[in-house]
Design a protein around this ligand. Structure first.
Ligand SMILES: *[C@@H]1O[C@H](CO)[C@@H](O)[C@H](O)[C@H]1NC(C)=O
Ligand SMILES: *[C@@H]1O[C@H](CO)[C@@H](O)[C@H](O)[C@H]1NC(C)=O
Ligand SMILES: *[C@@H]1O[C@H](CO)[C@@H](O)[C@H](O)[C@H]1NC(C)=O
Ligand SMILES: *[C@@H]1O[C@H](CO)[C@@H](O)[C@H](O)[C@H]1NC(C)=O
Length: 589
């Protein structure tokens, strides 16, 4: 039998249905409910299983305790909405996070412990977490066994097609903005690779040097051709990590808007669908036109009242799209530190953030408490990427929150389809003054949560490329247009949502609409091997998203020699950090 022929005919027969399903969204009321408490402030957050969320804070005086000291990490149970303390041994403050192909979460970077006097220096740390649903898993961290080859505070990360993680940029010391002294203009991998003449050690990136000063938490998105979209400050490029080449310069962000920290825009790859033939398109919303000159960035000079940008820019990343450049649109209100959360129905929800100021705390001349931003954006906006230009945003019927979610706030789609809003702590330590350390959780529910939902069973633990699985489905009565998407719910830190992705799959109903056969994604560049939540949509109403591992669930390539080489010497910039902070906790090298 000719496999490619069967695959194509399956594709053709499903296309008709899924185009229709894309254009429709379940109508009705949105709701916002406040329920539960995160125990530690949700500075970083990722859904790690069908029922649990991993939360990292910085080491500070949180109410949640563990092993006789304050906790700075917790696991939130989505069903009971209670938390369990976790035990990283170093400070997770301002780390990044991604998942490996075998489902293990990697938290990278951080800082020395401040102001709580226990724990290790986290600047070079690699922390691993194997998700569980039985309350028996914890963060494991041992810098003698695994760590980075350099110090990274405010780095970004992305899961690659081989299931490993790329770690990109950051600084070796902390400051409100990057600068030429503290920059770490390199990238590396976890697990480490012997590549480009570097046996596991960091590789220089001229792009990071070129995008000083506002280049903390750069945007790094894996593309369907295996390259990376990388953007920072006002610049963007296409990068080939396999050849270490900047393969394409992209047009700069229009109108002088800076998009990375401390001017933190929200961003996402728009859905890769069958209809758009998996053509990548990025959306970046908000930011600021403030100057990023280092002299203007000395404490007491910037203002918490500076206007932010309402600009959203969007570009299709193929020859034609790049030639056409960025398409400019405007959000209903300006924002920095917005999170762009993809819904299973393909829309984007814009939540959290502020309308004035910059990301940070204790730096501006007119800080509110310690907050460097003000005028919280309290009403979410919805963006429909398939609607015509000018008709894509709405705030109509969207509930307004009472809880400012400013610096160090987070959000994620949950497997059940609601959006979790968490965190906010523009303070050095736990504070109760305006704007306080926030532990209250909110749940934003799209109208589909109230509709009869499709359900399914039979999802295997792994789902390989181009393989076929058949689910038993139970569709709401009268369901017409059925489609399937897989989602990476990503890892939220500082308004940057590492790894978030939605990919539409080919599917076909049979047996009087009780069986649904689904084809796995066509390649690891379209969806990197690793965790995915599978949503079946019926007329715009998603099922619960059960979890699987795309690929075989195997661990990423492990080069013992490259790892040993990383561990054989002090991390890059360690000498500079110790000189700048005599007596501070050392990394365990
Ligand atoms: C299913 O798609 C068709 C074709 O676009 C559309 O006419 C129809 O209204 C959709 N059905 C439902 C129940 O939304
Ligand atoms: C760069 O950052 C360091 C803090 O780590 C700060 O002391 C220094 O003043 C900054 N340099 C400039 C030029 O702003
Ligand atoms: C998912 O949401 C529905 C409401 O649409 C609710 O009835 C159900 O209990 C939720 N399930 C879980 C596992 O949270
Ligand atoms: C996943 O792979 C990593 C890196 O090789 C390894 O450290 C970790 O133990 C693996 N996780 C599981 C659950 O096997």
């Amino acid at each position: 039998m000719n496999l490619s022929f069967t695959f194509r005919s399956l594709l053709t027969c499903v296309l008709v249905g899924s185009i229709a399903a894309q254009a429709q969204y379940a109508p009705g009321q949105w709701s916002l409910v406040q329920d539960g408490n995160s125990g530690v402030s949700a500075l970083e957050l990722a859904v790690v299983s069908e029922t649990t969320v991993l939360i990292f804070d910085k080491a500070e005086h949180n109410p949640l305790q563990t092993n006789g000291h304050v906790a700075w990490a917790a696991e939130l149970n989505l069903v009971t909405r209670t938390v369990r303390p976790l035990n990283p041994t170093s400070n997770t403050w301002c780390a990044t996070g991604s998942f490996l192909s075998n489902g293990t979460m990697v938290s990278s970077g951080g800082n020395a412990v401040f102001p709580v006097a226990t724990g290790d220096n986290g600047l070079a740390s690699i922390r691993l977490f194997d998700p569980c649903e039985d309350g028996n898993c914890d963060v494991f961290e041992d810098q003698r066994v695994r760590r980075m080859g350099s110090l990274r505070w405010y780095p970004s990360s992305a899961r690659l097609e081989d299931g490993s993680v790329l770690l990109f940029g950051g600084s070796w010391d902390f400051w409100a903005i990057d600068n030429s002294t503290i920059i770490n203009p390199t990238y590396e991998f976890y697990p480490p690779k012997n590549i480009h003449g570097h046996n596991g050690t960091p590789i220089y990136s001229p792009f990071l040097q070129d995008t000083l000063n506002a280049n903390h938490f750069p945007l790094v998105i894996t593309l369907p051709d295996g390259n990376l979209f990388i953007a920072a400050n006002t610049q963007a490029m296409i990068f080939d990590w396999k050849t270490n080449e900047q393969v394409r310069n992209l047009p700069g962000i229009p109108n002088g808007v800076r998009i990375s920290s401390p001017f933190s825009a929200g961003a996402t790859l728009l859905p890769l669908t069958l209809e758009n033939n998996y053509t990548p398109e990025v959306l970046i919303c908000g930011g600021s036109t403030l100057d990023d000159d280092a002299e203007l960035f000395t404490p007491g000079i910037p203002s918490s009242q500076s206007p932010t940008s309402d600009q959203c820019v969007r570009m299709v990343l193929n020859d034609e799209g790049i030639a056409a450049g960025w398409q400019v649109e405007h959000m209903p209100e300006p924002r920095i530190m917005a999170e762009l959360i993809l819904l299973p129905d393909g829309r984007v929800t814009i939540v959290n953030g502020a309308q004035t100021g910059i990301a940070g705390n204790g730096f501006t001349k007119d800080q509110i408490g310690e907050s460097d931003c003000d005028h919280p954006a309290l009403t979410p906006a919805i963006y429909d990427p398939t609607a015509p230009l000018g008709k894509r945003f709405t705030q109509e019927g969207l509930p307004t929150s009472e809880i400012p979610r400013l610096y160090h706030s987070t959000s994620s789609l949950t497997p059940n389809g609601s959006i979790l809003l968490a965190g906010s702590n523009p303070n050095n330590d736990v504070e109760t003054h305006l704007y306080p350390t926030e532990y209250r959780l909110e749940w934003l529910s799209p109208p589909y949560m109230e509709k009869p939902r499709p359900t399914y069973t039979g999802l295997p633990k792994t789902f390989d490329y181009n393989s076929k699985i058949t689910l038993d489905v139970d569709l709401p009565p009268g369901a017409e247009n059925v489609s399937v998407v897989i989602m990476d719910l990503g890892f939220a830190t500082h308004g940057v949502h590492m790894g978030q992705r939605l990919v539409g799959l080919v599917s076909e109903l049979s047996h009087h609409k009780t069986k649904l056969t689904i084809a796995g994604p066509p390649s690891p560049t379209i969806y990197s091997p690793g965790p995915a939540f599978v949503f079946v949509l019926a007329d715009g109403v998603p099922s619960f998203g059960s979890k699987t591992l795309i690929g075989t669930g195997a661990q990423p390539p492990l080069d013992e020699d490259a790892l040993a080489n990383v561990l054989s010497s002090q991390p890059l910039y360690w000498d500079k950090w110790t000189a700048a902070h005599p007596g501070a906790p050392a990394p365990a090298a």
